[in-house]
Design a protein around this ligand. Structure first.
Ligand code: FE
Length: 184
């Protein structure tokens, strides 16, 4: 089965599960993230990354509890690992870094830290809290760090119950245009 169909199948079978501690489903959260990326005029790769950033939750079938969920801090690893055979670094790296981007923003923007949702504030602690100065410097040296920060901001906003956005099929073109050649 083509990988885009496999991905859509994951959203079909698992997308109705709750997005941890928020009032939207996994599918709604993914669609709202991708919508915000597209609305901001992002490249195809970053729209694809926004849609797929939490796929690690769907491929691993973890429990719904927010604390348990983020304790392992591994959903970004799981997602990046699962996607790596199919997509290039412009898609994978922002996904892999989206949790680090939250810890980065918490360190460099006091207002960001104050604005976290209760669930996100709880998981921050389990993710290691705001970055240290050395971690900030290291993160900022990554070629994909600003894409990861953009993704993180859409991630934070993509929690609006009932928001009407385009359906999954609308984003097929962004996945297909960013697939590695052998994945097409
Ligand atoms: Fe997310």
């Amino acid at each position: 089965m083509p990988v885009v169909d496999t991905i859509f199948g994951l959203f079909d079978s698992r997308g109705e599960e709750a997005y941890f501690g928020e009032h939207v489903s996994q599918l709604e959260h993914a669609l709202q993230s991708a919508y915000l990326a597209e609305r901001d005029g992002s490249p195809d790769s970053l729209i694809a990354a926004a849609l797929l950033h939490d796929i690690g939750h769907l491929v691993h079938g973890l429990a719904e509890d927010v604390a348990d969920q983020d304790q392992d801090g591994l959903h970004e690893d799981a997602g990046a690992t699962w996607l790596t055979p199919h997509f290039g670094p412009d898609v994978i790296r922002p996904i892999h870094l989206h949790v680090a981007a939250k810890r980065f923003l918490c360190a460099v923007e006091p207002e960001y830290l104050k604005g976290l949702s209760p669930a996100s504030a709880l998981s921050l602690r389990l993710q290691g809290g705001p970055m240290s100065e050395a971690e900030v410097a290291q993160f900022a040296s990554d070629a994909h760090h600003s894409s990861a920060v953009r993704l993180r901001r859409w991630d934070d906003m993509a929690k609006v119950p009932g928001l009407v956005v385009p359906k999954l099929e609308h984003y097929r073109k962004y996945l297909e245009s960013t697939l590695r050649p052998q994945g097409r």
